[in-house]
Design a protein around this ligand. Structure first.
Ligand SMILES: Nc1nc2c(c(=O)[nH]1)N[C@H]1C(S)=C(S)[C@@H](COP(=O)(O)O)O[C@H]1N2
Ligand SMILES: [Mo]
Length: 334
């Protein structure tokens, strides 16, 4: 194993996330301390030691592997790459996308290392209920999806509101093809997504306690956004089933919006009459319901003009709609 000592203040989130994102750390740390009590001293020390080591790709993938593998995987992977989508930059090294993740249920807002905390997360059996304003509401498991939908691979850029970015290949199918199976009614205006709600399997969900964070994680799209061909449901990443830290076994991918729209480990989709409730973990006034990647609109505490590619020293100019304007700009005119 190729461990080397890294400086303890040099943890990955500081390398890739704007300093401003961490200005609130004290607040969260205090909340965390209150909830964890004395156990934190020991856990914190162990965590500190652990952060001195650099994990290998094998360790990270083993930690996040789903067991058992979804039955359907044999028929899904490898899926054919859709040639219409190109990154326009180098693909992100898998270890970078697997070790640096946003998954608040496991880590809260202060760490990107969800892979260290997903051990008890059970991703099988799993089903997704699609209901609301539709003629044929249904509950699907992965096998149903693999039989009824055509899986493909898409090379997409991803832009987090915190300014880190990545280029990764997702395996899955357009969200529209799933929604068509339940036959949406004309009255459906929004599509809401709800993430798993199992505090005993997700340490931060459990430690943050009732009355603090409005779990489960929820987000939503307007119906036209959801039906756009770019909106994608992923069950895989880099040609293999999703690791837990990346949202196993099924997640949303909305490449023209900031990453917070791309809910992970989804269990339910609904169609509320008014704009869906969101887990407003980044202050609701910062970004509205229909927020897209907009380089000219700064975050209250940092600029959105440029982005870091995970695992590199490279910074690129951020493009409107994350460069996907030709597909989606028309959704927002008139
Ligand atoms: N359930 C859930 N989904 C989530 C999040 C989360 O905390 N919980 N974070 C979001 C954010 S802010 C981003 S940038 C992406 C990150 O996906 P990745 O960690 O696989 O790169 O997941 C999104 N989906
Ligand atoms: Mo994000």
């Amino acid at each position: 194993m190729n461990h080397h000592i890294r400086k303890i203040w040099n943890v990955p989130e500081h390398e890739h996330t704007p300093v401003e994102v961490f200005q609130n750390r004290k607040l969260y740390r205090r909340e965390f301390l209150q909830r964890m009590g004395t156990g934190l001293g020991i856990a914190g020390f162990a965590g500190l030691l652990a952060s001195c080591e650099q994990a290998t790709k094998e360790e990270i993938e083993q930690a996040g592997a789903t067991t058992p593998l979804p039955q359907a995987s044999g028929s899904i992977y490898p899926a054919q790459r859709n040639p219409a989508f190109k990154y326009g930059r180098p693909e992100t090294d898998p270890i970078e996308a697997e070790k640096f993740t946003n998954f608040y249920e496991f880590t809260g807002p202060t760490s990107k290392q969800a892979w260290k905390y997903v051990e008890h997360f059970q991703t099988a059996p799993w089903s997704v209920t699609v209901e609301g304003e539709c003629a044929k509401p249904r509950t699907f498991d992965l096998d149903d999806l693999s039989k009824e939908l055509k899986f493909e691979e898409r090379a997409y850029r991803h832009r987090c509101v915190e300014t880190w970015a990545m280029c990764v290949p997702w395996t899955g199918f357009p969200l529209a093809s799933l929604l068509k199976l339940v036959e949406p009614k004309a009255s459906a205006k929004f599509v809401a997504f709800e993430t798993f709600n199992k505090p005993q399997q997700a340490p931060y969900m459990e430690s943050s306690g009732p009355g603090t964070w409005p779990w489960p994680y929820t987000e939503g799209l307007t119906m036209p956004e959801a039906m756009n061909d770019l909106a994608f449901i992923a069950t895989g990443l880099y040609g293999a089933p999703l690791l837990k830290q990346n949202g196993a076994p099924i997640r949303l991918v909305v490449p023209w919006k900031y990453g917070f729209k791309s809910g992970k480990s989804i269990v339910k989709s609904d169609s509320p009459k008014t704009s869906p409730r969101r887990l407003e973990y980044r202050q609701p006034e910062e970004y509205g319901f229909v927020a897209n990647v907009e380089p000219d609109v700064p975050h209250p505490r940092w600029s959105q003009r440029t982005e870091w590619m995970l695992g590199t020293e490279k910074r690129y100019d951020t493009k409107p709609f994350n460069g996907y304007g030709e597909y989606v700009a028309s959704l927002y005119t008139g």
